[in-house]
Write a protein that binds this ligand. Structure first.
Ligand code: NAD
Length: 483
């Protein structure tokens, strides 16, 4: 892995791996052992300045922005193939850096990243073609690439999130600057090698590692930047939106969540148990879409909770590299401390533990936390209102459909929701009334890349996916001609 060994991750600028201008580095840590994994280039505002100039020059040169959409697609599809050729290596790096189970990296994250690249490359050929005739006049719209695009990514699903954004931005003809989170930079940096091997022109994709407070700020305030797409915490999103306002540029924000997972008495309870386990404990609960508030109808509450807690006991927390592991390590020791603090808050608020509530015994070297379930929870408690972003579930009973909808919507967030029921009318009625950008009925986390993705309220602004991505990453121009 030249340039991107586990010991040494550099910046990828203008098609080359380089040190930060200051020569500084920081360490990335293996969450399963809390030992150093690699040294990573620690960029500063000066590195962003240099990169923004490279990205602007490359954009203006037309080497990518004016390349035909078919030729761009060939290169991005080649990148997709190369990701799959290196799926095992990428999955291992992702698992070591994030702490997530290898079966998820290998079976989902990296293949989905390859799919992102191929999907947006192909879709670019078919979207945004508009042509209208009106009497003697003919109008058509051109969707030109917007220019230099800043993409800022969190630590929970690094390679998948990065390619979700970058594939669409690149397919639309933009030049891109990506910043992965400092906890998990390693897989993202490897995309540079793949881009070079696929023939992506230098300067089109640039990858910068460094602190959000300086590098992220520079990426969102530089005058060359024409689009910002951000995934991360709601508070960071607000700062980024202010920066975007000062430059008057469009911003896409995918932020936090506290999604309601609603189980009605007429649901297939076994299916609802296994789906709800997945919805909160996948990726150690470090998923924005997690169904972290489980609302259960009173008539089946006891029975459901018994089945659910029995299933929680079977979750295998362990070495992320072991293919049998269901739940790995939390991303950092400080994040584990935050999760544990929330558990103490829940206990002080009067909630009761049905499962978990502490570190996994005998695994103190890494950040392993038990899958945790609180009951006797009121939706007004902090553990029900605030995003914990870890393996902590709150279970809340409800009486009627109206109650369920009211509790689901009693949240500052509006990212996702899940409805478990066998009543077709109820399924659609409830899905329509839960205030969130994504609703699943009798399933969770099934994604079709053509559909809009994003949240309402404090969960974000804007939608990406399918044509929504292409609308965001392009600038529309209407041309009208008298014939
Ligand atoms: P974070 O906001 O702390 O960091 C995200 C990224 O922003 C990192 O790369 C960070 O370095 C950078 N950053 C930090 N401060 C910045 C600033 N002032 N300017 C520019 N960039 C800055 O979030 P995190 O802890 O990495 O990720 C967890 C959060 O992400 C959770 O709230 C989760 O819900 C959210 N998330 C949302 C989605 C979604 O699709 N809605 C998906 C995944 C994660």
């Amino acid at each position: 892995m030249s340039g991107t060994t586990l010991k040494d991750a550099k910046l990828f600028i203008n098609g080359e791996y380089v040190d930060a201008l200051s020569g500084e580095t920081f360490d990335t840590i293996n969450p399963a052992t809390n030992e150093k994994l690699a040294s990573v280039a620690n960029a500063s505002e000066q590195d962003v300045q240099k990169t923004a100039e490279v990205a602007q020059k490359t954009f203006e040169s037309g080497v990518w922005s004016k390349m035909s959409v078919d030729d761009r697609a060939k290169i991005l599809c080649k990148m997709s193939d190369l990701v799959m050729e290196r799926v095992e290596e990428l999955a291992m790096v992702e698992t070591l850096d994030v702490g997530k189970p290898i079966k998820e990296s290998l079976g989902f994250d990296i293949p989905r990243a390859a799919q992102n690249l191929r999907f947006f490359a192909e879709m670019a050929k078919y979207v945004n073609h508009e042509h209208y005739d009106k009497g003697n006049y003919m109008s058509y719209a051109k969707y030109a690439p917007a220019g230099v695009t800043s993409l800022i990514i969190p630590w929970n699903l690094p390679f998948m999130q990065m390619t979700w954004k970058a594939s669409a931005a690149l397919a639309a003809g933009n030049t891109v600057i990506v910043k992965p989170a400092s906890y998990t930079p390693l897989s993202a940096v490897m995309l540079g090698e793949i881009a070079n091997e696929a023939g992506l022109p230098p300067g089109v994709l640039n990858i910068i590692t460094g602190p959000g407070s300086t590098v992220g700020t520079a990426m969102t305030t530089h005058p060359n930047v024409r689009r910002i797409s951000f995934v991360g915490e709601t508070t960071t999103g607000k700062t980024i939106m202010k920066n975007a306002a000062s430059q008057l540029i469009p911003v896409s924000l995918e932020l936090g969540g506290k999604s309601a997972n609603i189980v009605f008495e007429d649901a297939d309870l076994d299916e609802a148990v296994s789906g709800s386990i997945e919805a909160i404990f996948r990726n150690q609960g470090e998923i924005c879409l997690a169904g972290s508030r489980l609302l259960v109808q009173e008539s089946v509450y006891e029975a459901f909770l018994d089945k659910f807690t029995a299933a929680v006991q079977k979750i295998k927390v362990g070495d992320p590299l072991d293919p049998a592991t269901d739940m790995g390590a939390l991303v950092s020791a400080s994040h584990l401390a935050t999760v544990d603090e929330y558990v103490q808050i829940g206990l002080a608020e009067g909630a009761k533990l049905a499962a978990g509530g502490k570190r996994v015994a005998g695994m103190d070297k890494g950040n392993f936390y038990e899958p945790t379930v609180f009951y006797e929870v009121d939706n007004s408690m902090r553990i029900a209102q605030e995003e914990i972003f870890g393996p902590v579930l709150v279970v809340i009973p409800f009486k009627t459909e109206e109650d369920a909808i009211r509790i689901a919507n009693d949240s500052i967030y509006g990212l996702a929701g899940v409805v478990w029921t066998n009543d077709l009318r109820r399924a659609h009625r409830v899905a329509a009334q839960v205030d969130a950008g994504l609703l699943w009925i009798n399933c969770w986390y099934v994604r079709d890349l053509r559909t809009p993705f994003g949240g309402s309220k404090a969960s974000g602004i804007g939608r990406e996916g399918g044509r929504h991505s292409f609308e965001f990453y392009t600038e529309a121009k209407t041309i009208t001609m008298k014939c």
